[in-house]
Design a protein around this ligand. Structure first.
Ligand SMILES: [Ca+2]
Ligand SMILES: [Cu+2]
Length: 370
């Protein structure tokens, strides 16, 4: 449908009426009438195309995508995500949920070269009138739970944090924070067209993917794509954190959560593609923003995962928050660091409530081949 709409936009506006015949013989007159009828038809078609006009068509499904060839890889990691003593709270599973390392076989797929940008998301909103969950007046979170007011989570560390296990000490729910105001009502995305969209929850990401004729990647697809053909390396670019002394991803330098030296050039998010692409030609598969995956999160999924094209478990379980069903996030963000949360390593797993967003969470899409 989108293709048809776009085609009709390409029609020249003042299409010339076919010239009438020179001599007005009887059959010639009939042709003239037929031509006139045709012209009326063309005009009506153009009018209906104009009627639909200001909705821009979804982007071409292959535009900005990279082909990730199918193959087999070792999924999971033996690396601890948190240093000893800082793994979060009771039931923390962050250092165990990437085990066991297991073999997975995937079909090839197309993947967005970068996370979805503010400009791309704005196009989706302009075309559909979509309102993100953070912008809605009140969002039902299910029985027995307080409804979610409009707003979202913003990274704002309180002074004097010594205990790195309590994440709520640096996440604040800010009224009026949304994708256009990622750090609160006073903040803006002006001049940030090529930055990754943030403050989008899983539901928002899934809605965008559907509109674009794509889907969210499975967790297995994300890790396979992130590893870029390298087998069980520590980082998506290899085993050395700073090859040639250069930062390879937008993460955090300094003592988390106060000291942010931005040695990599960025204090918060960075324009997509600011760092080198990985082995598959994909950018920002590590650091910058966490990215939503299609799967439900279960800490023990790798013990039961299917070998071929795993789609994730049928339900969700996070031992650190047992009552809350969560979806997987991957890739880590500008808040990850080698000294604290190493969520930017390709085997690390993140998760979040499908209606919950933050200023370090975005997404990208995939599409089935060929
Ligand atoms: Ca940084
Ligand atoms: Cu992290």
């Amino acid at each position: 449908m989108s293709r048809a709409v776009r085609k009709s936009h390409d029609l020249p506006r003042n299409r010339p009426v076919p010239p009438g015949p020179a001599s007005v013989s009887e059959p010639g007159r009939r042709w003239w009438w037929l031509a006139l009828l045709g012209a009326v038809g063309v005009a009506a078609g153009a009018a209906s195309a104009l009627w639909w006009w200001p909705s821009p068509a979804p982007p071409d499904p292959h535009e900005g995508m990279v082909w990730v060839p199918g193959g087999t890889f070792r999924m999971g990691s033996t690396e601890a995500r948190y240093p000893e003593g800082t793994c979060g709270g009771p039931g923390c599973c962050d250092n165990m949920d990437s085990l066991p390392v297991h073999e997975v076989e995937l079909d090839g797929f197309w993947m967005d070269r970068t996370p979805v940008t503010n400009a791309q998301f704005a196009r989706f909103v302009a075309a559909t009138g979509y309102r993100t969950v953070a912008e809605k007046p009140e969002v039902d979170r299910g029985p027995g739970k307080e409804p979610l007011p409009p707003g979202s989570f913003v990274f704002r560390p309180q002074p004097g944090i010594e205990d790195l296990r309590d994440h709520m000490r640096w996440w604040r729910f800010v009224a009026g924070a949304d994708w256009r105001h990622p750090e609160g009502p006073e903040s803006t995305i002006d001049g940030k067209d090529d930055y990754p969209v943030v403050q989008v929850c899983w539901e928002d990401a899934a809605a965008y993917a559907k509109w674009a004729g794509k889907r969210l990647p499975t967790e297995a697809e994300f890790e396979y794509a992130a590893r870029g053909g390298l087998d069980q390396k520590k980082y998506v670019w290899g085993d050395d954190l700073l090859p040639g002394g250069k930062w390879q991803a937008n993460i955090w330098q300094g003592r988390f959560p106060y000291e942010n030296t931005a040695a990599d050039g960025y204090r918060t998010t960075s324009p997509v593609g600011s760092f080198p692409a990985n082995g598959f030609g994909l950018c920002d598969m590590s650091g910058n923003v966490w990215q939503w995956c299609a799967d439900w999160y279960r800490h023990d999924y790798y013990r039961h995962s299917t070998r071929r094209n795993p789609q994730g478990p049928p339900d969700s379980y996070d031992p650190s928050e047992p009552g809350v069903a969560k979806r997987v996030q991957r890739g880590g963000s500008f808040l990850c660091s080698d000294l604290y949360c190493k969520g930017y390593m390709p085997g690390s797993r993140g998760r979040g409530e499908p209606i919950s967003a933050a200023n370090h969470i975005g997404f990208r899409c995939v599409r089935d081949g060929p």
